[in-house]
Write a protein that binds this ligand. Structure first.
Ligand code: ATP
Ligand code: MG
Length: 559
């Protein structure tokens, strides 16, 4: 790479650990909870964890963090694997489930009891909260804190055996009720919960808490660097306590980084699930969703997402990234790779009166002026064509370079035409048809006339165009309050955008798109980048607009 890419703070930590011989081979993991579909924030974590493993010649595991039985589902498990693969990463034979370690976690809990480091507590969840104290006041010790090892072991075994009702007892770490860090005030390690688990069924009625399960899972898998988001920073002493008080053969190191927030986007799985369940969107893969499956269906490429994750970098301070950067990444890629085609989204008929009836001309057109390797195609030109309604104005302002009565424009790859007459609907006054003449001397590529016109319009031949549906999208959310001074947007301030989807059902596209398959991408000249949607059938194509051509990121000067 010619460009100098600065190292991020995690790479610096890893470099140091390697230099000091604290680790030999890097081992990371991506640990999703299978309680929803992955989103663009997860993509950041995936690129980071798998990316570091690739960079350092190490390994990255896929691990389902499935210790919370009530919300998990096999559908989510499958979607997660599809998405990680689509992003271009491979966990090889290292797919794990935290639930596979339940027995080991239970044994570890017994070990802590035997070592006098954990106890069974009979306080209710409300009482535990009360006893915990606050940031300014120390907590109070539980009256059950000093039970004997024998009593604790007996009670814990009976918890597992199902002798006590849900929520009636917990296993807690014996730490420090006066610690300034609330997470260290005798945190709960196990709770009683009768719930069917998606893998272990009804085998268990005690389940480990995240803060206990996660370090054990990491250690059992030989993870060297356990990378998580910033909100776990205050949990790190507990992570280390679990690792240091159990002999699991490996001492992983937790490193926190700032999660990705995006303008106009909510990413909490709870909120995304609500959008799906209440029918505000058309499913988890609705092209407006920030889920990886939605982004894929919209037409983003895996490489554009990886590029985005690279550009946003990894930092230790929370911030909100402008969604226009994501759009910029796909534009930049498709500018070089997407074939150009002409598509008329809101058609207006144009009859070229002096063009011979029945004549069809073949006009050559390059597929991508940025990339000659994409070759060329043949356009068909005839007497009746369609242009975009918005490319005509009967009464235009000054400096309007599109079509208007008596004015001339060039049809892309074809001729200069002049608007001679406007036909309107008698009742509504709406313009329904234009009559034009063309200048046969001005065919693109053969034009010797030396004539110049300012406007160039895209068009399709009426007889040859393919009908299609086109879906235009706007952001799913808009910010209800002004953006905060520091540029951060809060998910709470976002409201659903009522105009996030516009369906245009009478679009006409040049015939070269015929036979296109879901996932194929094009630039519709002057309209943006589009991708064939899954809803397409053999005789009707449906396109999603990925992004328009207007690059607000590039305009801002790449902040
Ligand atoms: P939610 O709170 O919405 O359920 P989560 O963070 O609990 O999301 P997990 O399935 O536990 O979701 O996340 C898996 C991994 O992805 C975790 O390591 C988490 O840190 C990371 N992750 C989740 N959201 C983001 C984000 N917005 N940016 C970066 N990493 C994220
Ligand atoms: Mg989580």
């Amino acid at each position: 790479m010619s460009e100098f890419v600065p190292r991020n703070f995690i790479q610096n930590i890893i470099d140091e650990d390697l230099k000091e011989n604290r680790v030999k081979k890097i081992h990371t993991r991506f640990p999703p909870e299978p309680n929803g579909y992955l989103h663009i924030g997860h993509a950041k974590s995936i690129c980071l964890n798998f990316g570091l493993a690739l960079e350092y010649g190490g390994l990255c595991n896929l691990r389902y963090d499935d210790t919370n039985p009530s919300k998990e589902d096999q559908e989510y498990v499958e979607s997660i694997e599809r998405d990680v693969r689509w992003l271009g990463f491979d966990w090889e034979d290292r797919k794990f489930y935290a639930s596979d370690y339940f027995e080991k976690m239970y044994e570890s809990a017994e070990q802590l009891i035997k070592d006098g480091k954990a106890y069974v507590c009979d306080l209710s969840p409300e009482e535990i909260r009360e006893y915990r104290g606050t940031l300014t006041e120390p907590g109070k010790e539980s009256p059950y804190r000093n039970r004997s090892v024998e009593e604790n072991l007996d009670l814990f075994r009976r918890m597992r055996a199902g002798e006590f009702p849900d929520g009636s007892r917990t296993l807690r770490a014996k730490m420090d009720m006066a610690s300034p860090n609330l997470n260290m005030r005798d945190p709960v390690l196990y709770r009683i919960l009768r719930a069917t688990h998606h893998r272990t069924g009804d085998n268990w009625c005690v389940y480990p808490m995240y803060d206990f399960a996660h370090p054990i899972s990491d250690a059992l898998e030989g993870i060297t660097h356990s990378i998580c988001t910033l909100e776990f920073e205050d949990h790190r002493p507990l992570y280390d306590w679990v690792i240091n008080n159990l002999d699991l053969g490996c001492k992983p190191r937790q490193i926190e980084f700032a999660r990705l927030n995006l303008t106009n986007t909510v990413m909490s799985k709870r909120k995304l699930r609500e959008l799906v369940e209440k029918g505000y969107v058309d499913g988890w893969d609705d092209p407006r969703m920030p889920t990886i499956s939605g982004i894929r269906r919209r037409g983003y490429t895996p490489s554009s997402i990886r590029d985005f994750c690279e550009r946003i970098g990894v930092a230790k301070a929370n911030s909100t990234v402008d969604i226009s950067l994501l759009e910029h990444c796909i534009r930049e890629e498709l500018n070089l790779t997407a074939p150009r085609v002409m598509a008329v989204l809101r058609p207006l008929k144009v009859i070229i009166d002096n063009y011979p009836e029945g004549q069809v001309e073949e006009l050559p057109a390059e597929n991508n002026p940025q990339n000659p390797e994409l070759g060329s195609r043949t356009l068909l030109f005839s007497r009746e064509i369609y242009i975009e309604q918005e490319d005509f104005m009967e009464d235009p302002p000054k400096k309007y370079f599109r079509l208007s009565p008596g004015k001339e424009v060039r049809l892309k790859h074809a001729y200069i035409i002049k608007c001679e007459r406007v036909v309107k609907d008698e009742k509504t006054g709406e313009v329904v048809e234009l009559h034009c003449t063309y200048d046969p001397q001005t065919r693109s590529g053969l034009d010797q006339s030396g004539r110049k016109v300012k406007g160039t319009l895209h068009w399709v031949s009426a007889r040859h165009a393919v009908p299609a549906e086109v879906r235009l999208y706007d952001h799913l959310f808009i910010n209800a309050s002004d953006q905060a001074e520091n540029g951060e947007q809060q998910e709470e301030d976002m409201i659903l955008n009522p105009d996030s989807l516009e369906r245009l059902t009478n679009c006409l596209i040049e015939p070269s798109v015929q036979g296109a398959k879901p996932g194929d991408r094009f630039q519709f000249m002057r309209q943006g980048y589009f991708c064939v949607d899954l809803d397409s059938t053999a005789d009707r194509l449906v396109f999603n607009r990925i992004v328009s051509l207007k690059d607000s990121w590039a305009k801002q000067g790449k902040k």
